[in-house]
Ligand binder design. Structure first.
Ligand SMILES: [Fe+2]
Length: 208
């Protein structure tokens, strides 16, 4: 007797995007001001000679555009959370990345937090590389899945679930939010222009 094989799906992961309407020119000016006042920044997942990662930003006094942006992000992330869950979120930290040619961010998670995300402040006109990458898991972030699953057959039509990586093309004023445990990275910026983003983390204020 021929057996019937039924495919299923495990754990789809939600992420969210929103196009905001922020003053991008102002935000770009403020990003350079942040770098001017915190030249050394900090080294985290960022890699590359022309890669700048600010320390966590704590003082918004001279950053009205960034202050406005954060209010929009707080509203958006609370709205996302409250579709299905109880409780309020707290913005725990935020920082900027200014990525010159050759800069990238290696695969990582923001473990211990609830939601993380990125907002694109400056995207080179002719963006080459610099895409935001989501990985299904760290095995597939570190290895190419064909090394352990084998190559796809000739003529096979690949489906969404066959791809171990999802890519987001950066766009100015685009907000991307995802659960903090999802492995992610940024491709090398191959453009001559800088790419600027603001990243953030939220944690649930537990009331139970
Ligand atoms: Fe990250």
């Amino acid at each position: 007797m021929k057996i019937q094989i039924k495919p299923g799906f495990l754990f789809p992961t939600q992420f969210w995007t929103a196009e905001l309407n922020e003053n991008i020119e102002q935000l770009q000016k403020e990003a350079y001001l942040i770098r001017k006042n915190d030249k050394d920044g900090v080294v985290k997942s960022n890699s590359g000679f022309q890669s700048y990662h600010s320390k966590d930003i704590r003082d918004l006094n001279n950053l009205p555009g960034t202050n406005h942006l954060l209010k929009q992000i707080i509203n958006a992330v609370n709205t996302i959370h409250q579709i299905s869950r109880k409780g309020d979120l707290q913005l725990t930290n935020f920082w900027i990345n200014i990525s010159g040619k050759g800069s990238s961010n290696t695969p990582h998670t923001h473990s211990g937090l609830t939601y993380s995300g990125v907002f694109f402040i400056k995207v080179p006109k002719e963006m080459k590389g610099g895409r935001f990458l989501f990985y299904r898991n760290f095995n597939e972030a570190d290895f190419i899945s064909s090394e352990y699953m084998g190559l796809f057959k000739e003529g096979y039509q690949m489906q969404g679930y066959d791809y171990p990586i999802n890519t987001i093309s950066p766009k100015e004023n685009l907000l991307v939010v995802f659960p903090s445990w999802v492995p992610h990275a940024v491709e090398i910026n191959l453009s001559d222009e800088e790419r600027i983003s603001l990243s953030f983390n939220f944690k649930l204020n537990r009331t139970f």
